[in-house]
Ligand binder design. Structure first.
Ligand code: G4P
Length: 527
């Protein structure tokens, strides 16, 4: 394959994730993307199991089913126009924002879905902050416009004020709720009128309507929408791809995932506005050209995806070169060769063999047991990616096995959860493995840990609450002093970092002020 061929393949890729508050319509939109990508023949229902109200693509754990949340990340690949779209699933709950951060490390953009009657909600904000941290371009989709919605200008203000993100509407709604007629495309001023189909099971028929006819046929709804567009034109800045790519500006699309209104325009934007993969920078800041030998970054390690496959999968995003199944790659941190015989893509419970992949694509490697999140994988010329930061935990539990005859299983389970990044595992030197401290960004992570220790490793556990609330990274000289104080505990993390755990944030603040010589480094994304 020539360099030009490889670059052409890379240019056809768009790799992105959807972030949203639960219920804003992420699953429905995903389903409609597949419908418009021609990857869904049966319409609604293939992503969601009708009647259960939950996604089947990523429901692989009972706990997900019990709680109706999505924890695991999967990847959907589908063609659209002359492009290949890779949609990476992110956990919907903010307790898993660390996982989201890791997935976003593998994407080139995100679609932020808002409910048009609610605007920005808690978890939208939290997940958005994760995107901002990574400077990821964000496309905004204001969904559920087929329901009575808020004033669109008010929603734009909210985005601007609460997220400090400049919203630039590309489409503008004509009507809302039952009277949602269609969208004005501000780029050419055309009016696209849609027709509903039953539950949006097929694409919504579209009709391009001239302004005069629109005014005649849509009356007040048209006038109101035209006024809105004129106001935007008079005050607003236009779309600027540089500001979009640096995460400062977001193109905004209105629509309804349920009725398919505006879905095609949004998908077109993914192709027309979202950047294709660009050279990734290594730890030293050097770009790895797309046409360089194969390299990839591991962004997710997942075990036990279902009862029939009790193995471990490492998901990697291709950064450069061409991946071919069977090729022997080098695992960066260990320098060991790894034969990629079992290369797969995972859509929910379905696994398919991946024969080849290009920059932007995701490949799951079975039994890549030594692979960890953030690791580099390559052929020929070695590469090391920037470290993947661990999030600041603010919830802590001490884990103990309830059945001492299961100590071995308990230890094995704990270290596996640590390796997968389900929770951070900390050990106090004098207590060690018997009662490790589990640290999490959100308490739901503990539920996942308990469930998996019980069901997967056969090691029933109890997690005891503890009084720490805040963690800082410290070093040995400071740890010596900190260990003599009360209200603070110093523990080791598996990656070699020393963490100081504090009971009182106020006391910590005083300590930082009074003893600035102590090393107390903040962790990322502290809430
Ligand atoms: P999520 O993945 O972000 O959690 O949201 P999901 O797509 O599951 O959507 C949550 C609910 O909102 C679903 O209703 C879904 O049908 C509805 N919904 C999504 N997009 C739209 C839209 O554009 N317009 C309207 N009116 N509703 C929308 P549900 O009652 O929970 O499930 P279902 O019984 O309708 O499937």
């Amino acid at each position: 394959m020539t360099v030009a061929d490889l670059e052409t393949e890379a240019q056809r890729r768009r790799t992105f994730a959807i972030i949203s508050h639960p219920d804003a319509g992420k699953t429905t939109l995903t389903e409609k993307f597949l419908l418009y990508g021609g990857a869904l023949t049966s319409g609604a229902g293939a992503v969601r199991a009708k009647g259960t109200g939950r996604s089947t693509t990523s429901d692989w754990m009972e706990i997900e089913q019990q709680r109706g949340i999505s924890i695991s990340s999967t990847v959907l690949q589908f063609p659209y126009r002359d492009c290949v779209l890779n949609l990476l699933d992110t956990p919907g709950h903010r307790d898993f924002s660390e996982d989201t951060y890791r997935v976003l490390a593998a994407t080139d953009a995100a679609v932020m879905v808002l409910d048009g009657s609610k605007g920005i909600e808690n978890q939208t904000r939290k997940l958005f902050e994760v995107c901002r941290d990574r400077e990821i371009p964000i496309v905004t989709f204001i969904n559920k416009w087929d329901r009575p919605s808020r004033d669109p200008l008010g929603l734009l203000d909210e985005i601007e004020e609460q997220l400090i993100l400049e919203p630039v509407p590309i489409t503008w709604p004509v009507g809302d709720g039952d009277r949602f007629r269609g969208l004005i495309d501000r780029r050419g001023g055309s009016f696209l009128r849609f027709t509903r189909t039953a539950r949006g099971a097929t694409e919504a028929p579209e009709e391009l309507v001239e302004a005069d006819r629109a005014a005649q046929e849509e009356g007040d709804l048209w006038t109101e929408a035209r006024d809105g567009v004129e106001l935007l034109d008079s005050v607003g800045r236009g779309f600027d791809s540089k500001l979009f790519e640096s995460g400062e500006l977001s193109p905004v699309f209105f629509g309804s995932a349920l009725t398919n209104f505006g879905v095609r325009l949004l998908l077109d934007a993914m192709v027309d506005l979202v950047p294709s993969p660009t050279p990734r920078h290594d730890k030293a800041g050097e770009p790895r050209a797309l046409a360089d030998p194969f390299s990839a970054i591991v962004f997710k390690v997942q075990a036990n995806t279902d009862r029939n496959h009790r193995d471990r999968m490492a998901f990697m995003r291709v950064c450069s070169g061409r991946f071919e199944r069977g090729m022997v790659v080098t695992h960066g941190p260990t320098g060991k060769p790894f034969a990629t015989k079992y290369a797969q893509s995972v859509t929910g419970r379905d696994r398919e063999t991946v024969e080849e992949a290009y920059p932007g694509d995701v490949v799951g490697l079975v039994n890549a047991n030594e692979f960890r999140v953030g690791d580099a994988v390559y052929v020929d010329s070695p590469v090391r990616w920037p470290d993947m930061p661990a999030f600041a935990p603010s919830h802590f539990r001490v884990a103990r096995t309830l059945d001492t005859s299961k100590t071995k299983q308990f230890r094995r389970g704990i270290s596996q959860l640590d390796e997968e990044g389900v929770v951070q595992v900390l050990r106090e030197p004098e207590v060690g493995d018997q009662a490790p401290i589990l640290a999490a960004v959100g308490p739901l992570q503990f539920e996942v840990a308990t469930h998996r220790l019980n069901n997967e490793f056969g090691a029933p556990v109890e997690l005891n609450p503890c009084s720490w609330t805040t963690a800082r990274i410290t070093d040995e000289p400071s740890a010596l002093k900190l260990r003599r104080m009360s209200g603070v505990t110093v523990a080791n993390r598996a990656d070699g970092e020393l963490l100081a755990l504090f009971e009182s944030p106020y006391w910590l603040a005083r300590l930082e002020a009074d003893q600035p010589e102590l090393t107390l480094t903040r962790l990322v994304a502290e809430g």
